[in-house]
Design a protein around this ligand. Structure first.
Ligand SMILES: [Zn+2]
Ligand SMILES: [Zn+2]
Length: 70
């Protein structure tokens, strides 16, 4: 089985369970994915908590936040 390494915690996991932050580049295990990333409620882009803005229901990426509130 193909295994990949989580970029955040370094855990090895089956490729089929990994999330991709940037496809083919950046693998993240499901735990870290939950802890570190959110999905922009408008465009669906994956962003880190650091980059996320509080949206109406969830979170917004920089671009969408600017579009809506900028
Ligand atoms: Zn991890
Ligand atoms: Zn967005």
């Amino acid at each position: 089985m193909e295994t990949v390494k989580c970029e955040i915690c370094g855990k090895e996991l089956p490729e089929s369970e990994a999330h991709y932050y940037e496809p083919g580049e950046y693998h993240v295990c499901p735990d870290c994915w939950e802890n570190e990333f959110v999905t922009c409620e408008r465009c669906g882009e994956h962003i880190t908590y650091d980059e996320a803005h509080k949206g109406i229901h969830g979170y917004l990426c920089d671009c969408c936040y600017d579009d809506l509130f900028g």
